[in-house]
Ligand binder design. Structure first.
Ligand code: GLA
Length: 741
């Protein structure tokens, strides 16, 4: 049993294979307190003392005079609002009289095998023998709000999934102004805080700093999880590195506005809160109605960041991504965006397809510009009819021509958007999100569709389905190229305008669900101006997400390092593009671009007809490498060996198979340095006793492998290191294959 309730002690013990989470019920008022989260504990004797209820200010039944002191220091499982805990609250309900005080106490609980679905939301899942769930029912006796705190623990993975459902059991409407999905009151320790920061073309760069007193948080108010901050927060012991030290990771399974914060209070205690951002959020709950808050994943690792990373990778592969493509080798694709932008015809696309097929590429993806009068990015979003000026004879014909080359075919859509210059806007100007009498702020000259409205979702999906039914299309890239602003919905009443942001996200999830139900075999790739909506919520729908519009191999080192901190490599859309690179103007060797993209889903985004003969030949070597090693990259265990983000010199990570008898080591030397010797790098994840033959995988010559002539034990490779020769020149990559002999 992974979840146990000890009646005498009033304690819940939640166990994953290597971690424990302990909750207690305290005092006559039945306060729910957090006692422990960390390494697995088998004997809970004496656990109560951790709540410090035997020291001043005690509990309210022993000292009601200093109730506020109790509230302000007790480690709450789900914090109250406005009743004496001056730290950040988890739930804030406004009554019709305008009061917001909210305080929950324990009432009852149930323990279930398996895990319930979260209505309308993406969430982790598992069979009855893989996951167990504790639901704690709490109430606020004054407002008659009921909250069901849900905790699911996995038997094969050191992760806990938490969420909250709030029910209005009163006889009057209540306004929910804040609902966090999880609150973690951790015993005060000297933590560093780790977040992923970014921008367009610079997503998910790791940032680590000491957590001081006060509140540190990251957030999005853009209506998507965003390029700028990531819905993740990590708390690290000072000595934590890739292989050792303690790490708590909290990750939000949601794709809209979020708040992720850590608060260190006067006693050094740390409260972590994660949920939908309370700004721009107010949800009206009629009597009897309920609200399901999205899920938070928490992971504890005593094996440093690497332990957290591999737990999340396993969790997402086994319990979040549903696509039938998850464990399959994805077709190597070529995307025409950086090749042609808007300037293409079907003849040009077929030319690209022909040359691609010859070189081993397996799918052509037609990007933006094939519909309406979309000759540039100023118009036509919402008009999802094939532009026959560009696509002569229609999409069916083009698809047939591409399939005739032995390739699959994919298409780009941006279903959530509307251009003011479009037929759709002329017909339905009120379908755009906007505030009456205020000119809505444009971004890329476009507005956002109010997909909180069913008729809008139905209309857009019927157009998308018509295109997908009229031609053979195996892949869809679902893009979203601007954040939400000017929040106003013509369909919502004045007291429900604060629901728009969340209703938008629910609408988007529903559209993706319907798309997948209509086309169950579809390979869906999500995208948002690159990686602006790369989050666990989207992974529930698509097994891969376009990582960044920055395809420069060196920029990608940091982007992919930050992304792989949380996500399996099989999720990261990565393509080889031309040089000078379109985002930074840098020129890197073709082989380096190939190796960096091989660490993701792998594909090309360039005009292959214009490549030099030398590079065309190299495409064949790269596709050969993909087929040889994608199983290992896609399914393997990931180890971060050296961080370019930290050392500003070189990058190294590796993947091993489950048996650890095969490994790939990806090494990139960024700038060359004169008069240096070879480097000695300590590997990870191998078997101490096994001997490994070390070969170089060639991405720049016909011969597939160069044997280094070295056979080295796992013990030596991990404790002493592997010798890596310094490549000649800047931006040089080297791929090593290690196999046990
Ligand atoms: C976004 C995507 C790109 C491309 C363009 C098309 O920026 O990230 O990959 O699809 O839109 O407009």
């Amino acid at each position: 049993m992974s979840i146990q309730y000890f009646e005498k002690e009033n304690i819940f013990l939640l166990n994953t294979p290597k971690t424990s989470y302990i909750i207690g019920i305290f005092d006559e008022e039945q306060f729910l307190g957090h006692l422990y989260y960390g390494k697995r504990i088998t004997n809970i004797e004496g656990i109560h003392s951790l709540a410090r209820t035997m020291e001043p200010p005690f509990v309210p039944s022993k000292n009601d005079r200093d109730r506020s002191s109790f509230f302000d220091a007790f480690p709450f499982e789900y914090s109250s609002h406005g009743v004496g805990d001056f730290r950040e609250s988890s739930l804030k309900m406004r009554t019709k009289d305008g009061h917001t005080a909210t305080s929950l106490v324990y009432v009852s609980h149930v323990i279930l095998r398996g895990k319930r679905k979260l209505e309308g939301l993406p969430a982790t899942f598992g069979q009855e023998d893989e996951v167990e769930t504790l639901e704690i029912i709490c109430v606020d006796p004054v407002t008659n709000v009921r909250a069901i705190l849900s905790y699911s623990v996995f038997s094969d993975c050191d992760a806990i999934a938490r969420s909250v459902r709030v029910v209005n059991d009163s006889n009057q409407p209540l306004y929910m102004e804040r609902v966090m999905s999880a609150c973690f009151d951790l015993e005060g320790r000297d933590f560093d805080v780790l977040t992923l920061h970014g921008s367009w073309a610079r997503e998910r760069h790791m940032e680590r700093k000491p957590l001081g007193h006060g509140i540190f948080g990251v957030a999005s108010l853009r209506g998507e999880s965003s390029h700028q901050e990531h819905p993740f927060i990590g708390l690290l012991s000072k000595n934590a590195d890739q292989t050792s030290g303690e790490v708590y990771g909290f990750h939000f399974v949601y794709s809209g506005n979020f708040l992720a914060q850590a608060q260190r209070n006067q006693f050094g205690q740390v409260r972590v809160l994660m949920g939908i951002h309370p700004e721009e959020f107010c949800w009206k709950l009629e009597p009897g109605e309920s609200f399901q808050a999205p899920e938070v994943i928490s992971v504890y690792s005593d094996q440093g960041l690497g332990g957290m990373t591999r737990t999340l990778h396993d969790l997402y592969r086994e319990h979040l991504i549903r696509s039938p493509w998850l464990h399959k080798k994805r077709p190597i694709l070529i995307n025409n965006w950086e090749a042609t932008y808007f300037d293409f015809t079907s003849e040009k696309i077929v030319d690209i397809a022909k040359e691609s097929a010859r070189l081993g590429i397996e799918m052509l993806v037609l990007d933006d510009g094939w519909f309406g009068n979309r000759f540039d990015d100023n118009r036509a979003l919402g008009d999802w009819q094939v532009n026959e000026e560009k696509i002569t004879g229609g999409m069916g014909k083009l698809s047939d021509e591409i399939h005739a080359q032995g390739m699959k075919f994919g298409l780009w859509f941006e279903p959530e958007m509307i251009s003011p210059e479009s037929k759709l806007f002329k017909e339905h100007p009120d379908w755009a999100i906007q505030v009456p009498d205020r000119r809505p702020c444009r971004a890329r000259n476009q507005l956002v569709l109010d997909i909180s409205r069913k008729e809008v979702r139905d209309h857009i999906l019927s157009q998308v389905f018509a295109v997908l039914h009229a031609a053979k299309i195996e892949y869809v890239k679902w893009d979203m190229n601007r954040p939400l602003s000017d929040l106003g919905s013509a369909a919502l009443s004045s007291d429900r305008q604060g629901e728009l942001m969340h209703r938008y996200v629910l609408g988007m999830y529903e559209m993706q669900e319907r798309l997948l139900q209509e086309f169950p075999e579809l390979l869906l790739e999500n995208c948002s101006g690159g990686g602006g909506r790369f989050d666990p919520g989207m992974l529930y729908f698509s097994p891969q997400i376009w990582c960044s519009d920055d395809t420069d191999a060196i920029e990608r080192l940091s982007i992919q390092e930050g992304t792989a901190l949380l996500y399996p490599l099989s999720c990261m859309g990565a393509h080889v593009s031309v040089c000078p690179n379109h985002t930074v103007g840098r020129s890197t060797p073709f082989a380096t671009r190939g190796m960096v993209a091989l660490a993701g889903t792998f594909g090309y985004e360039l005009d292959i007809t214009k490549l030099s003969e030398e590079d065309k030949t190299a495409v064949q070597w790269q596709t050969r490498t993909y087929h040889a090693f994608n199983d290992l990259v896609r399914e393997g265990k990931y180890y971060r060996v050296q961080s370019y983000a930290e050392n500003h010199d070189h990058d190294c990570f590796m993947v091993t198979n489950a048996k650890a008898d095969k490994a790939l080591v990806f090494f990139t030397q960024v700038l060359a340095t004169p008069n240096m010797r070879s480097r000695c790098i300590r590997l990870q994840g191998l078997k101490e006793e096994a001997n490994y033959r070390i070969q170089i995988v060639n991405l720049d010559k016909e011969e597939q492998f160069t044997d280094t002539g070295k056979v080295v034990s796992g013990g030596i490779l991990m404790n002493a290191g592997m010798i890596v020769e310094r490549p000649w020149g800047d931006f040089q990559a080297r791929l090593y294959y290690l196999e046990e002999i």
